[in-house]
Design a protein around this ligand. Structure first.
Ligand code: CMX
Ligand code: CO
Length: 141
């Protein structure tokens, strides 16, 4: 079963993380929760919320860490913009198994490391109405 427990975050691809951070913090009034470099996913990122201590969905802004990054490929093809939506799950492997059983193309055989030591996997956008779908199991604690 792949019951989603929340919309964890929405991912937006940007060309320049610092410029985007300035936009979202200073002009949109969002608060920074976390920044990270994730070489496994080929990106530098920041997580923001309306209020840093609220429990609402986050905005993840993603910039490439180099030319071979999947984010660089996305930016080349589509330009900056909405990249994925992430649903929170309690057990990423169980959720991935359920999605596979439902006939959806799950990208990784087993989960990889996402933001803040979370475990993540993806459904190809072709199987989700043109939107890349991420599932995320938060790290304990
Ligand atoms: N949203 C919607 N459509 C997308 C897309 C996206 N993010 N990325 C690619 N596509 C579309 C392309 O436009 C193209 O569409 P057409 O077939 O209609 O032309 C198609 O998908 C291409 O698919 P592909 O050849 O299978 O794959 P790509 O090499 O373009 O890679 C994807 C796409 C999703 C498989 C790849 O980006 C991937 O592996 N993503 C998972 C990892 C990831 O995105 N990491 C960054 C986020 C990490 C995090 O959130 O922490
Ligand atoms: Co994400």
């Amino acid at each position: 079963m792949y019951a989603f427990t929340a919309i964890d975050h929405v991912g937006v691809a940007v060309l320049d993380l610092d410029a985007a951070l300035a936009w979202y913090r200073e002009r949109m009034g969002l608060e920074l929760v976390h920044t990270e470099i994730n070489h496994d996913q080929g990106l530098v990122e920041a997580m923001l919320r309306a209020r840093a201590d609220d429990d609402g969905a986050q905005l993840q802004i993603l910039a490439p860490d180099g030319p071979d990054s999947p984010i660089a490929k996305f930016l080349d093809r589509s330009g900056p913009g909405m990249h994925h939506i992430a649903y929170r799950v309690d057990d990423v492997e169980a959720a991935a198994a359920g999605l596979r059983e439902a006939g959806l193309h799950v990208l990784y055989d087993s989960a990889r490391t996402g933001t803040a030591a979370s475990l993540i996997n993806f459904v190809h956008p072709r199987d989700n109405g043109g939107v890349l779908l991420e599932i995320v199991q938060r790290a304990e604690g």
